[in-house]
Write a protein that binds this ligand. Sequence first.
Ligand code: NAP
Length: 352
Amino acid sequence: MLNQGRLRVSVVGGSGYAGGELLRILLGHPRVQVQQVTSNRQAGQPVTLSHPNLRGLTSLTFVRAEEIGDCDLLFLALPNGESMQSMEMWMTRAERVIDLGADFRLRSAEEWTAWYGTEHAAPHLLPHFTYGVPEISADQIRNARHVAGPGCEAIVSILCLYPLVRRGILKPDPIIIDAKMGSSQAGHAPTDASHHPERAGAVRSYKPTGHRHAAEIQQVFRNVGLPSSVCISATAVEMVRGVLVTIHGFAHQDLTEQELWRAFRSEYSGKPFVRIVKQTQGLYRYPEPKILQGTNYCEIGFEKERRSDRVVIIGAIDNLVKGTSGNGVQCMNLMCGFPETMGLEFPGLHPV
Ligand SMILES: NC(=O)c1ccc[n+]([C@@H]2O[C@H](COP(=O)([O-])OP(=O)(O)OC[C@H]3O[C@@H](n4cnc5c(N)ncnc54)[C@H](OP(=O)(O)O)[C@@H]3O)[C@@H](O)[C@H]2O)c1
């Protein structure tokens, strides 16, 4: 499988924002050789035309998606609804496939239709995919051939909630996630809403109800026997990268912050990319996406309301790294027997 000790990896959808971050990480990964990168729009052009930060690191040019040949592992970074159209073919190109889009995240085709409003084009392939949150399903990912990367609001929310819901500390209902999103979440294709005069300076509520990532979060809790009607309200804010979630839940009984500490510590001890942040001093007392830019870390903070049973959990990630590409590489590391942190050690920048 390995070529001179390196895994041959190709990226479909490599001109996009997730694809670009994937390439940045993969080109620095000591056990990977990037073999092919696709863009139909820019076929024949250097990869660095789309991703100038990679100048000097690669001489690859984009190929069309249909030119992808055999490789050891294939990443798909396509718009939602695209990978399902050809997944059967992609699965013949590589033994291992990691899809960063939404198409194979939900276990049932009916759920896909309920949340995404279209028929699923490959319902027979849904059982082949493992939902890729390494912190909660590392063993399944190690044994998986096909992984579906979570949505960015979903993964940060799952990491914030899982230790508390699983231990019965938080009531599974109601849980309300207030998500603040950077503009890169919407991908590289410009729209009226992303036009600079419209987007700059915005604090824009864009999905107050019915956010699709709620389906993934609910699925994770259902799988551990805790049905929950988690809901999300999403707001676009003035940043390029980053997700900040402020989650409101309610404790089952009298709860101390010590118990919250204990739950998070025991869940995430030894998990290299989760940091609990709850400082009494300094500027960065709670998680903040600004200082996580380019990193694969998820930071989690929390506070218990003194006069009620409300618990507030705060989570931050870079949507393009822990929210997509970095998490995908973390899954790749597990699937291929590499150290989990390989290629993902960047500590971030300060100031930024
Ligand atoms: N952006 C995020 O923060 C984020 C977070 C979590 C998950 N994701 C998921 O990651 C995936 C990619 O997101 P993105 O933000 O990188 O999107 P993007 O910037 O719009 O990039 C999409 C890529 O797909 C290619 N593409 C589009 N339609 C295609 C088709 N029919 N056949 C072949 N290639 C096609 C585009 O290539 P061309 O050059 O040919 O247009 C481009 O390389 C999405 O499914 C998204 O849900 C993204």
